[in-house]
Ligand binder design. Sequence first.
Ligand code: AMP
Ligand code: ZN
Length: 665
Amino acid sequence: MINPKEHILKLRKELRDHNYSYYVLDRATISDFEFDIKLKELQDLEAKHPEFFDPNSPTQRVGGAVTKNFETIQHEHRMYSLDNSYSKEDLQDWETRIKKLVDGDIQYTCELKYDGASISLTYENGLLTKAVTRGDGFQGDDVTANVKTIKSVPLQLKGDYPIKFDIRGEIVLPFEGFNKMNEERIEAGEEPYRNPRNTASGSLKLQDSAEVAKRPLECLLYNLTGPEIKVSSQFESLEKARAWGFKVPDAAKLAGSIDEVLKFVDYWENRRHDLPYETDGVVIKVNNLQQQEELGYTAKAPRWAMAYKFKAEQVSTKLNSITYQVGRTGAITPVANLEPVELAGTTVKRASLHNADQIEKLDIRVGDEVFVEKGGEIIPKIIAVDINKRPVDSVETQYITLCPQCETELVRQEGEAQHYCPNYNGCNPQVIGRIQHYISRKAMDIDGLGGETVALLVNEGLISNYSDLYELTKEQIIPLERMAEKSAENLISGISKSVSIPFERVLFALGIRFVGETVAKKLAKHYKSIDAIAKATEEDLVNVDEIGVKIAESVTAFFASEKNLNIINRLRQFGVQLEISADELEGQTDILKGDSIVVTGVFKTISRNDLKKLIEKNGGKVSSSISSKTTYIVAGDNMGPSKRQKAEALDIALISEDKFLQKIK
Ligand code: AMP
Ligand code: ZN
């Protein structure tokens, strides 16, 4: 029998090795399932033996620490930016300049320029102690808790690392993960993220590190800094970093001349789209560190390095027309309709124009020949107009002043880039979008009613807000396209069932700007009824945990509207839950606080749904699948064999219905 300390250390090492293979070498050495079992084993041991706690244990990767304000930290070694070059001549000029300053031949290390958020990591005795953003180069933000959740960042190093050093790199969000995040956002009715780079840097400043842990970020390293680094060249330092456990892409190459550098550039200019993450150029560094030291720095960049920007893929085409889209919140987006053209492997027909300022700045006009570029954004953008090809009769673009859908005069709040249609209750896309949100799965989850039917109902004049849904009759619906007796019945019954949806979800369903699922839950728990929320002042609201000024303003504005209050009163008449129900309030406890419980099987004295409610009422969390995070399982009859197997493998206790009910009595 090995002692607990040894056991803990052994598990940590095993898990670290698996993590390293998977996230740094891209090679799986264990199944997810087995990994979970080991992780759970380690978690249990660590819980039993808090004396062996280690902030760098693999169990700490899941996050949990919340940072309210990121501390500003002075960089021990300044983080410089890079000079840019765009042509062979630029590079040759650079070589001429530096050859005057150093003796001997110059070799270059060519690396890819990763497009993400730069980061500086500090390691002491092989342990990650600090992760700081670049900031202004002199000081940045301490984002250690968040960076620890990035699996390719080693928490403990291997091999012959120096006692203390800094390593710099770039935190990127690979395309695959980025696209997946966006799919989920679109499904939840949220705006998709614009590009991976901004999303990566935004992730580093999230307050909840558990949220960061869910994002598939990666950290690619390229520079060692500090007096204890005992290497003589940049290329060697990349190899060292790799040997200590860092993720250092293997694209880097040595070049003996600018011509060889250009070969590297050419190669990647064509192949960069095959990489899993975004790159925007190549970084060329004098390889010899002695020479680097002699060259030194200008006020903002090293003299020994140069970025070479890839030419963004660009084509020119004709702008046929500008149309304007109205979003669910009333925001107007101008869209350029282009003569179809091939760009980076896809046919481009449309490009985003973002807002009025953008059109004015570039002086974009219908009929112009425009340059279209595909950067990190999913939708290509127009970057310039070919003035030479402008038709003589061209007229300046007048941004619309009226909503293209309802002809209401648009407004533009001070400091905002976007125009809005303020016709909240009468503008078709807003009206339809809001009802579509109301019925969506995470909101009222109305079965039998889809987004297209909502549009149809609105366009036929049968409904104009979500409270109208409850007055629909079968006779009104049957004549509609693709509707029949049965589908109409389903629709009506789906709507009437929604009156049992709990208050917090109703609050989310109302579609108040900035009130997402989490905020709705918070508000519901705090105020307990819609009337209390409606009465709350901005000052009251901002005192609630996690409610900021923006949300408070939006909530008070919503309830200041007579129309909204009328709609809410109608919902009340139809029986929609506008307060936490008496049962919910009664017997609320904290007994199960922090517990994650899985419910499975058939129960004798209570329905499965009521059981779930009971768990939540007592402060617990109901989870649908068994994982290493499950506290225990409440098991009824006929529990499935695969669940049982998984529970056994993860050593998670099963509790009977009676036992559970006793526990919370
Ligand atoms: P810029 O922000 O355009 O001045 O470019 C400088 C930035 O490029 C640095 O702050 C790094 O974050 C980033 N960068 C990306 N890849 C590399 C690399 N291989 N070597 C050095 N810097 C890099
Ligand atoms: Zn409108």
